[in-house]
Design a protein around this ligand. Structure first.
Ligand code: GTP
Ligand code: MG
Length: 299
């Protein structure tokens, strides 16, 4: 391995919903992290492995940084903070939809990022939604008022600015050999991705408190020889029986919709037929107790 090889961990940090997971998927050219229009979609850290000649960048997607109201959110914040501590470089993401209150909204993120004291790049995302003139006050706010030295406007959706971003990230990476095989895209198992895909559909199709009151776990994942289908059994945990009714839907319609859409994604990912069986279980206050969280969410 050449001494010139660079390899390091880049934590993608920011408020909920600014596009961290979208950016990770776009950089890797594969959907390894779930994305929804609702905040607090990502709950666990996910490592995306980006390998090119001479460089391996380990992008760490993290839960959005916010004030934690209950144990599930506190756990998410610990994950985000640990990611900042473990990183070589911090890629702070914001969506800068408004210059006037962007620093207020980002105050907590800026505090955490500054406390971590690492080389930091700020990317202003979703510029496809902004006109060029709207960028100037943002550059002033983050540059002059918040003291960010490297600011790159990007769009995770269109890919705009990502080459510049990658070049900047590479400059800050330490020298060292790759840590993962070059054909690997993520540190997460197919079992984990399967539960995440179901949680994505559940979050997309249900409303109000349901996405935040549900957890998804895997019961079985069986891979027989093709052409037999991969069989996956997954349980959706809800907190109350009224929520169970909503997740199942009239005549089972909601559960069927979640199952069908999740199966299509899983088949694309596995490149083979999948039989997906979903179960719904009432597990009172699972999001409110540390013991239940450990039981449900720790692999
Ligand atoms: N127009 C536009 N929308 C974007 C862009 N990047 C992300 N989005 C949208 O923003 C929403 C949130 O995206 P996510 O990637 O889930 O955001 P996140 O920061 O990972 O959110 P959490 O996991 O909740 O912290 C989704 O609806 C995305 O489609 C972008 O560059 N342009
Ligand atoms: Mg996310």
């Amino acid at each position: 391995m050449s001494e010139e090889y660079r390899c390091g961990v880049v934590a993608i940090a920011g408020r909920p919903n600014v596009g961290k997971s979208t950016l990770l998927n776009r950089l890797l050219g594969a959907k390894i992290a779930i994305v929804t229009p609702k905040p607090q979609t990502t709950r666990d850290r996910i490592l995306g492995i980006f390998t090119r000649p001479g460089v391996q960048i380990l992008f760490q997607d993290t839960p959005g940084i916010h004030q934690p109201p209950k144990p599930l959110n506190r756990r998410m914040m610990l994950e985000a903070e640990a990611a900042l501590e473990d990183a070589d470089v911090i890629l702070m993401l914001t969506d800068g939809h408004s210059a006037s209150h962007c620093l207020t909204e980002d105050a907590l993120v800026l505090k955490r990022v500054k406390a971590a004291d690492k080389p930091t790049i700020l990317a202003i995302n979703k510029i496809d939604l902004l006109g060029k003139p709207a960028l100037l006050p943002l550059l002033d706010a983050y540059g002059n008022k918040a003291g960010m030295t490297t600011i790159i406007p990007i769009s995770a959706t269109t890919g705009d600015g990502l080459d510049v971003l990658l070049e900047e990230v590479m400059k800050h990476l330490p020298f060292g050999p790759p840590l993962y095989p070059e054909d690997e895209l993520s540190d997460r198992s197919m079992r984990f991705l399967a539960t995440e895909i179901v949680r994505e559909k559940l979050t997309l199709f249900t409303h109000k408190e349901i996405p935040y009151s549900t957890a998804v776990t895997i019961d079985t994942f069986t891979e027989p020889e093709p052409p037999l289908a991969v069989t996956i059994e997954i349980t959706i945990h809800v907190e109350r029986s009224s929520q169970k009714g909503i997740v199942i839907g009239k005549g089972g319609s909601m559960l069927k919709k979640i199952g069908t859409e999740a199966r299509v994604d899983l088949e694309a990912l596995l490149e083979r037929k999948v039989m997906l069986k979903l179960f719904v279980r009432v597990d009172e206050e699972w999001a409110g107790s540390d013991a239940s969280l450990r039981r449900l969410l720790d692999e």
